[in-house]
Design a binder for this molecule. Structure first.
Ligand SMILES: C[S@@+](CC[C@H](N)C(=O)[O-])C[C@H]1O[C@@H](n2cnc3c(N)ncnc32)[C@H](O)[C@@H]1O
Length: 282
């Protein structure tokens, strides 16, 4: 979920988001749209069933780390991130789920270098590769650090999560189609942009397969509204000056306290899409 120019480099145009805010969004995403975690860890287990060492690359608040620890009950899972706060959340979650004995962490900035001692049978990089300064260099480092026959799973969101229906009732203060326009504006400023990773992975030496995972959110209305508020709120701060005043006004209505706010409306449905690449080291 970061700004990223197409071929290289990264920068953050949503630098106002704190780690705590991002962690909330990541946790809600895993709770509500987490069915991809099951599907993608199943795929990993088909391809690398005997994995005993796993690295979650850019683990964030640990949704992937936990899903992997559950799916591979014999394996040890290392969460790798440059944020100490995120790693602390991952360890807390591992304790809550009773897998702390098999989860450890490495605090490292991958823009500097891959940590020398870190090797594994299975690696997992979810919504993290596109945040790196030089993803192809990191792919080559991951290739070198995978054990022979090992597999790297890369996951990205194909589109931003959406919450609203296309049409709005007569007289609504929320403009129909507003969400699509907000997404387009964010895409224009490079949010969550990532290249088709296949050829980069192939250049690093991997044999690559790709799958698509649409996900319809399952949750309570209360959780869905919380996710909508966190996500739309984060969008609002990135959008100033890039969308029409009418669309910004709609966003304000959604984030306000009135009858059309995300908490009070009854038409919120969370949808997401993810693509996963399975890259095998021959
Ligand atoms: C959008 S979050 C994804 C978290 C998690 N994998 C998930 O799918 O929920 C990206 C994570 O990558 C981490 N990250 C970004 N750049 C990094 C770097 N250069 N080195 C290590 N971690 C990095 C961030 O700190 C953040 O926790």
């Amino acid at each position: 979920m970061s700004e990223h120019s197409h071929h290289h480099g990264h920068s953050n145009n949503h630098a106002h988001t704190t780690d705590a805010e991002l962690a909330e969004i990541l946790d809600l995403d895993a709770l509500i749209l987490g069915s991809y975690l099951e599907a993608a860890t199943d795929w990993a287990a088909e391809l690398a069933p005997d994995s005993s060492s796993i690295i979650d690359v850019g683990a964030g608040s640990g949704a992937g780390t936990l899903a992997l620890a559950r799916r591979f009950p014999q394996a040890s899972v290392t969460a790798l991130d440059r944020s100490a706060g995120m790693l602390a959340k991952t360890l807390d979650a591992a304790r809550d789920f009773g897998v702390a004995g098999r989860v450890d962490t490495i605090e490292v900035d991958l823009n500097v270098a891959w940590p020398a001692s870190a090797s594994a049978d299975l690696m997992w990089a979810s919504s993290s590769l596109h945040e790196l300064a030089d993803p192809e260099r990191t792919m080559a480092e991951m290739f070198a650090a995978l054990n022979p026959g090992g597999v790297l799973i890369v996951i990205e969101m194909d589109g931003l999560p959406s919450f609203l229906p296309e049409s709005m009732p007569e007289g609504s203060a929320v403009a129909p189609g507003v969400e699509g326009r907000l997404h387009a504006a964010l895409a224009g400023s490079g949010w969550n942009q990532y290249p088709e990773w296949t050829s980069g992975l192939e250049r690093a030496g991997f044999a690559v397969e790709r799958r698509h995972f649409p996900t319809l959110g399952s949750s309570t209305p209360e959780l869905a509204s919380r996710y909508a508020r966190s996500f739309l709120g984060r969008m609002a701060s990135a959008l100033e000056g890039t969308v029409s005043p009418a669309d910004l006004a709609s966003l304000e209505v959604l984030l306000g306290a009135g009858p059309e706010s995300v908490e009070r409306r009854r038409d919120i449905v969370v949808r997401g899409h993810r693509t996963a690449w399975a890259a095998r080291k021959p």
